[in-house]
Design a protein around this ligand. Sequence first.
Ligand code: PGA
Length: 257
Amino acid sequence: MRKTIIAGNWKLYKTIPEAIELANGLKRELFQLDAQDIEIVICPVYTALTEVFEVIQNSAIGMGAQDAYWQDEGAFTGEVSCKMLKDAGCTYVIIGHSERRQFFGETNETVNKKVKAVLAAGLTPIMCVGETLAEREANKTFAVLEDHVAGGLKGFSAEDAVKIVIAYEPVWAIGTGKTATPAQAQEAHAYIRGLLAKLYSKEVAAKMRIQYGGSVKPDNIEELMHQPDVDGALVGGASLKVDSFADIVKKAAKIRK
Ligand code: PGA
């Protein structure tokens, strides 16, 4: 059984007071949900982590960061380490989001180093993979997924791999309002699970969680979650409002697989 995981990626939004307000609203809306049944994660900007943690600690909501550096400390101006994120209350870190790959030079190699550092710090990595529209149209979706998955997981043991959450995010569906159809999502998720079985074993692949991300909304979460290989969602835009994120979480929590 893979536990459903719904994560909100707040991206570059929310001042500290706004982040506190959103976290408080979610805590209020989601207090009845049991952390045994569903994992709920919110990923604010760095500056709001400490304050958001104050709000969500002792609730069913966990906190993640949107990136991390692989060194613990040193002369690396502008970076934040996993040790520091843990210190601020994070238990998850998103790594290799397509916006980082696209705008900030993230590569499979840096993703691999970062995921390794996140695991070493005892945190859960959410490793993002996914193709662009041009790649999909050129029939390269599976090749890109193989490259991202194998590259990102290079050198990890099965014991490490099962701790990693993979987020399949087709770049063409992020922030565009265009969701992959449930069938497209399932096809990609099943392909990724097949890759994991090849890299490790069927047992390991069956344990690893794969989230879908890209224009997830309250009105499409259910059909996505009904797909056998979709184990949760990474939500951008719709995670910025209490109502829409709480609705997504509640709907996902009702779907028992
Ligand atoms: P979106 O973003 O839900 O706004 O499409 C998803 C993501 O980038 O994680």
